[in-house]
Every structure is written in structure tokens, then in C-alpha cells.
Design a protein around this ligand. Structure first.
Ligand code: PSU
Ligand code: MN
Length: 302
């Protein structure tokens, strides 16, 4: 059997029915460089607290499902060079062998669900990659949204992905994609993608009502809230498209595939934009933590 280990704070929140926001750890171990990753992980937790909810950063440590990592574990996730990137596929192996790993959106959703946490904040989800016809690269995050009942708050899907195909995939799987205060699907580093979002909702309360209705209807898949990056941190679309294009060319030359694709592209884009993309990445995650906290608070009141 597996163990779930809760932090004191999360245990208290569960016992007292307080709002909780799950946070993932792949973004810490594989999505950002040290020491920015540690700073961001801490500030994400702080942002959730400042907005009235309890943060639960999720990871697998020595085979235990940790819901609310402690200071030492966070440091380990941020600094260890060989930490595993754990998605649904890898979970059973990592637990059975008492290994440690950073959880992706998919694996974090699974653990959040086991822990009874309904709302989860991240930066961006994985999706259908450009060139999917050749590579068949479709993130397990999409399949997880299809089957696991957790609300994921993100800044849309990065333009390193094929956004129209990502939306089509989610539509097929019956996953509601909501634009928070926007008609246009946010594209992570940029506010707009030029693609219409299926549903627009303008307040955390209205989002909470939809989550509640979905539960009542026993529609047991996830829901994706896309929250546009704030204007002041948003990239120029052309500049970002160029950076992505160069990063993709380089990646193909290096023949990088599989789970290394997303971390490689993120760090390459950061290099090309001279650190600007990392700066944007930080702020869009905080923005999502805030919205997730507000949604989880409204959900508790319903
Ligand atoms: N997007 C980011 N930063 C990240 C990720 C996505 O901007 O760190 C991570 C998330 O954990 C996501 C994972 O679940 O990458 C997707 O990886 P893949 O495409 O290999 O499924
Ligand atoms: Mn992939």
C-alpha cells in the first residue's frame, strides 16, 4: 500500500474543511533553474496563503505521496540534479521502488484527487506538440484531464504546442476549457493566441458554481481554467514565436524526444530571451495561484 503524508498545515485544513490549493513539483525540478525555482515555489505557497487558502505542494519522496512538502524536501526538489520527472506512467514504479520524483500536472492531479483536493494551480499544462503527425507527442496531462476530477488553473498552453489540436483533443475528451475574463485562449507567455476559448467566465464564484454543477452531474473529468498572463509581463507574440521557432529547430537537431522535450524548450527559450521568459513565467504562476485560491474559497462556500 502507498502512504500519503500531509504537512501539518494541510492536515489542519483537511480536518477543518478549509480551502486547499495543490501545487506541482515538476515546475520546480525541471521547469526552472535554481535558485529561481526555489524562490518561485516558496512565493507560490505564500500567494495561496495570502489569498485565503492553504497550499499543498505535491511530490513523491522515498515512495511516499507527499501532500505539502516541507522546507528540506522543497530544497531537495529544487537542487537535486537527478530527480525523476514523474507522470502517470511512472508513478507505480517510483512508489514500488521507494524512489523520489517531481510530479507533473498529470501525476499531481492523481495525488490531489487521492487527497481530496479539488483545485490545483500550475504554470502551463502539457498538450499536443507541434509536429504530432511525426512524433505522436501528446502529453499525458490531457488524458489525465479526461479522467481525473480536479480543476486545473493554468496560463493556457505554451505556443511550443499545437494549440488548436490541444483544444480539439480536450473537446473530444469532454474537458471544459474556460477562459478567465477572456474570449481568447491565453498562450502562456502571451495573453492571446488568436484562438477562441470555448467558454468565458468572469468571476471565481461563477467558476466554482460550474465545478459544483459538474460534480452534481457526476461528470468525472477535469476542468481547465486558462488565466491570461498580466499585460505587463506578457510577451510580444512575434518575438515569442521567433524564440520558439529557433528553440524547436535546435531541439530537432539535437534529436531530443519524450519527457525531455518540455524542460529543454523552456530552458532554451529562456536562453534566447535572455531571461525574460523566466521572469514572465514566475509572474504568471503567481497569478494562477491567486485565482486558484479564490476559486477554492468559493467552492468551500457552496
Ligand atoms: N509547462 C511549463 N513548465 C513546466 C511544465 C509545463 O511551463 O514545468 C511541466 C508540467 O509539470 C507539465 C509537464 O505537466 O511539464 C508536461 O510534460 P510532458 O509534456 O512531458 O507531459
Ligand atoms: Mn511528451
Amino acid at each position: 500500500m502507498y502512504n500519503i503524508i500531509y504537512s501539518k498545515e494541510v492536515k489542519y485544513a483537511i480536518d477543518n474543511n478549509l480551502p486547499i490549493v495543490a501545487l506541482e513539483s515538476t515546475i520546480i525540478s525541471h521547469g526552472m533553474p535554481y535558485p529561481t525555482n526555489l524562490e518561485v515555489a516558496k512565493k507560490c505557497e505564500e500567494t495561496v496563503r495570502n489569498n485565503g487558502a492553504i497550499p499543498a505542494t505535491i511530490a513523491i519522496i522515498n515512495g511516499d505521496l507527499v501532500v505539502g512538502v516541507d522546507e528540506e524536501q522543497l530544497e531537495y526538489l529544487a537542487t537535486s540534479k537527478d530527480i525523476l520527472k514523474v507522470s502517470r506512467r511512472d508513478m507505480a514504479y517510483v512508489v514500488a521502488n521507494k524512489l523520489s520524483g517531481a510530479t507533473t500536472v498529470a501525476a499531481t492531479m492523481i495525488i490531489a484527487k487521492l487527497a481530496g483536493i479539488d483545485v490545483f494551480a500550475t504554470g502551463g499544462i502539457g498538450g499536443v506538440h507541434r509536429g504530432v503527425e511525426e512524433t505522436w507527442d501528446i502529453s499525458a496531462d490531457l488524458e489525465e484531464l479526461a479522467i481525473t476530477d480536479v480543476c486545473v488553473v493554468c496560463a493556457g498552453a505554451k505556443a511550443i504546442l499545437d494549440l488548436p489540436k490541444t483544444l480539439e483533443y480536450l473537446e473530444t475528451k469532454g474537458v471544459l476549457v474556460v477562459g478567465y475574463n477572456t474570449n481568447d485562449l491565453p498562450a502562456f507567455f502571451t495573453r492571446n493566441s488568436g484562438i477562441e476559448v470555448p467558454i468565458r467566465i468572469n468571476t471565481p464564484l461563477e467558476i466554482a458554481k460550474v465545478i459544483k454543477a459538474k460534480k452534481d452531474l457526476k461528470i468525472n473529468n477535469g476542468i481547465l481554467i486558462t488565466n491570461p498572463i498580466e499585460e505587463k509581463y506578457s510577451f510580444d507574440k512575434v518575438e515569442m514565436d521567433n524564440a520558439i521557432q529557433s528553440a524547436l529547430v535546435e531541439m530537432n537537431n539535437l534529436k531530443i524526444t519524450g519527457k525531455k522535450v518540455t524542460p529543454y524548450l523552456l530552458s532554451k527559450i529562456n536562453e534566447i530571451t535572455k531571461g525574460q521568459s523566466l521572469e514572465s513565467n514566475k509572474h504568471l504562476v503567481y497569478n494562477n495561484c491567486k485565482l486558484a485560491a479564490l476559486i477554492s474559497k468559493e467552492l468551500k462556500k457552496l
